[in-house]
Design a protein around this ligand. Structure first.
Ligand SMILES: C[S@@+](CC[C@H](N)C(=O)[O-])C[C@H]1O[C@@H](n2cnc3c(N)ncnc32)[C@H](O)[C@@H]1O
Length: 271
């Protein structure tokens, strides 16, 4: 399914609103989970000393610190200005730009590596983003990305969504969803080949969200789903429902371990 130009504009506007709302708290909720993919993404993109790396959909700069620690020269972009502000204050002096991944401001063949952490499944046109990643990579350069595994496997997100939809009418969430990109690792490998990459590889990466209680998960989904217009009673009910579900899953180490697997994929631009 491809979207019309108007639908792409609507979805892009919606993404900017959602991620601006999530920016201030992202490092204490969703990033606690997505951090589990950083080392794999950097390994798959061969990021090491001297690598020039572009991180697309960087959010608050999730991959930037670990890439710098490896000796990489990092640039990053994100479409949400408030995410870019967070990333800049966390990583002063790094080239971080507000830009749409479907239309990158960089010249052809600029980077040795491109990483895209948990962004591709939100964009209106994932093929346009992959095509831009291909354009800005040098011949022989490496791309890696992470997306969430199919919804039915995401126990952490399922717990939160379940608590919300049991209690709240989500009237404001637009019907328009990003078109599905692919499902299985093999589908992602086919997509990378179709987009002109070679040596594609993809696999499931087991991640889990480890939580002592529901407070940070509530804050994350409050921003993501925009529950701010709900009454204080309904918001409290959602918060308690999430807490309740998590308390049932807490193990002897004092934490609930909620599986939320990703698919990680990588490929090279032909020389
Ligand atoms: C789930 S966050 C991922 C942040 C971080 N990379 C991580 O691994 O946790 C998705 C990010 O993608 C950004 N994003 C969504 N659509 C985008 C687009 N078209 N171009 C650039 N960034 C986009 C959002 O603003 C948000 O910061």
């Amino acid at each position: 399914m491809t979207l019309t130009e108007n639908e792409i504009a609507d979805l892009t506007r919606h993404n900017i609103e959602v991620w601006n709302r999530c920016a201030a708290s992202y490092t204490s909720n969703f990033e606690v989970l997505t951090r589990g993919a950083i080392a794999t993404l950097l390994d798959l993109a061969n990021v090491g000393k001297g690598t020039s790396l572009l991180d697309i959909g960087t959010g608050p700069g999730t991959l930037i610190g670990p890439a710098i620690e490896r000796g990489a020269r990092v640039s990053a972009i994100d479409i949400a200005p408030e995410m870019v502000d967070q990333a800049k204050s966390r990583h002063p002096g790094i080239d971080i730009t507000t830009a749409d991944a479907a239309s990158l401001p960089h010249s052809d063949a600029t980077f040795d590596a491109v990483t895209i952490g948990f962004c591709l499944h939100h964009v209106a046109d994932a093929r346009a983003v992959l095509s831009e990643a291909h354009r800005v990579l040098r011949p022989g350069g490496r791309l890696s990305f992470a997306v969430w595994a199919p919804q039915e496997d995401l126990q952490a997100f399922g717990l939160a969504f379940g608590a919300v939809v049991d209690i709240v009418e989500l009237g404001d969430v637009p019907d328009l969803q990003p078109p599905a990109i692919a499902t299985t690792p093999a589908d992602y490998e086919d997509l990378l080949t179709e987009m002109g990459f070679e040596q594609p590889s993809a696999r499931v990466l087991e991640l889990s969200w480890e939580l002592a209680d529901g407070s940070s998960m509530f804050v994350g989904f409050d921003g993501f789903l925009d529950l701010s217009d709900q009454s204080p009673d309904l918001r409290d009910a959602v918060r308690r429902a999430i807490d309740d579900q998590i308390s049932k899953r807490v193990e002897t180490d004092g934490l609930a371990h909620l599986p939320n697997p990703a698919v990680v994929a990588a490929a090279s631009k032909p020389r």
